[in-house]
Design a protein around this ligand. Structure first.
Ligand code: PMP
Length: 430
């Protein structure tokens, strides 16, 4: 059954569809942190739809509210509903400390890219300037503005002109830059400072800085402490809007509500999507300080920025995380997973760097000469698939094994999954 579904997909679907070619899986159903394919094989899901399914596949507590809401009505545009007000209040409750109580929310369309577009427009609308600072290794989405702030030139080369006033600064990546954590932070911040303040630095009129507090697609690149606060200081000194893109790193993924909570740094604006729709409903939001709430009515519009069912699902998912203490669970389980990976790294020089927080984990692989090695990661992914574990990859060289399981992953399942992953590493690097 899996084979025929995949063959049909290849025949009739867009060539832009992205799934690893050697991972032939077609989903039949999912529960918690496991999925079944169309032939009845079960897998432990260690990627959760790229960090969407934080409360697990088809979480029954969330679905109860989804069914109730769907039976009433599904769509209203911007009209007030309980579902909408409830989620705005919930987001305020869990917002970074400096946003709580003065947090505004503009819901986007279905994708993270929509929220990024809103954050770009918001930064420009509130500034004299129109320049944006983003970072190397970043991924912010597939629409024009989001592509402009994304750093991967391969993804943008056919689409000029994109937004012109965007400069990419280095993101602190001590391992790849061969720097100490302090050096990596200082280097990145000096560059940002120069771009903002130096007439020869790159931007005449900076409006915003947009940054992932931990880079996702870039390879779970986890900046050392001090980077986000440094950006906060530069933004304050120069009156530019600081935007944190928490689309992949947010909503409990790192064992805090937001990755920026680890440093207790509050942005001026923040994007969320992916896990925001609870169990996979498409929903995004940009949250921002009340001072930036200067748009007139209708100045930033959208038909689907009020998906009522998605909002119900989002609120229930946050409640579920709160009631089941999943932030603490994600921190504990994350430590366990990183410990297991460090044990594996003791056996091979090819596992060269282990990064991340909570259940947002990356393991970077290199060849004998220390160069990025994506073949090894592809082979590990394949081995894991054949042994019932789904893992994902990341990194600008495709050489990072990415683990972002549902936060509801139990310790027992994590142990089983890590037994397979460690076997895979041993097998492939032997
Ligand atoms: N920002 C980040 C940090 C992301 O990881 C992604 C998606 N991987 C996006 C933005 C874009 O989200 P979407 O694919 O929903 O447009």
């Amino acid at each position: 059954a899996t084979k025929s579904l995949l063959e049909t997909q290849r025949e009739i679907d867009s060539s832009a569809v992205a799934y690893p070619n050697d991972i032939p899986i077609a989903f039949e159903d999912g529960k918690g942190a496991t999925v079944r394919d169309a032939d009845g094989n079960t897998y432990i899901d260690m990627f959760a739809g790229i960090g969407v399914l934080n409360v697990g596949h088809s979480n029954p507590y969330v679905l109860e509210a989804v069914h109730e809401q769907a039976d009433k009505f599904v769509h209203t545009v911007d009209f007030p509903t309980d579902a909408r007000l409830e989620l705005i209040e919930k987001l305020d409750e869990i917002a970074p400390s400096g946003l709580q109580g003065n947090n505004r929310v503009v819901f986007g369309g279905p994708t993270g890219s929509d929220a990024i577009e809103a954050s770009i427009k918001l930064s420009k609308y509130n500034a004299d300037g129109d320049g944006l600072i983003a970072f190397r290794g970043s991924y912010h989405g597939a629409t024009t503005g989001a592509m402009s702030v994304t750093s991967n030139t391969k993804l943008k080369k056919h689409y000029a002109p994109l937004l012109s006033d965007v400069v990419h600064a280095p993101y602190p990546h001590p391992f790849r830059q061969e720097k100490t954590p302090e050096e990596a932070v200082d280097h990145a911040l000096e560059e940002v400072q120069a771009i903002v303040e130096d007439p020869y630095g790159g931007l005449a009129n900076p409006a915003g800085i947009i940054v992932e507090p931990i880079q996702g697609e870039g390879g779970i690149v986890t900046p050392p402490k001090g980077f986000l606060q440094g950006l906060r200081d530069i933004a304050d000194d120069n009156d530019v809007t600081l935007v944190f893109d928490e689309i992949q790193s947010g909503l409990g993924r790192t064992g805090q509500w937001w990755a920026s909570d680890w440093e207790d740094v509050t942005p001026d604006a923040m994007t969320s999507a992916k896990a925001l729709g609870g169990v996979g409903f498409p929903l995004s939001a940009t949250m921002y300080k009340e001072e930036l709430d200067t748009w007139g009515s209708g100045d930033h519009a959208g038909t689907y920025r009020g998906h009522v069912v998605g909002m119900r699902a989002g609120t229930r998912a946050i409640e579920y995380i709160q009631e089941h203490n999943l932030l603490a669970h994600a921190r504990d389980l994350g430590e366990y997973i990183q410990d297991r990976l460090h044990e594996a790294a003791d056996e091979t020089d090819q596992l060269a760097d282990i990064r991340g927080k909570g259940l947002f984990i990356g393991a970077e692989f290199v060849d004998e000469n220390g160069a990025p090695d994506s073949d090894v990661v592809d082979a590990i992914q394949q081995y894991c698939f054949e042994h019932g574990v789904l893992v994902w990859t990341a990194g600008r060289h495709g050489n990072v094994l990415r683990l972002l399981p549902p936060l509801v992953l139990t310790h027992d399942l994590a142990e089983t999954a890590l037994d397979v992953i460690v076997d895979a590493i041993e097998h492939v690097t032997a």
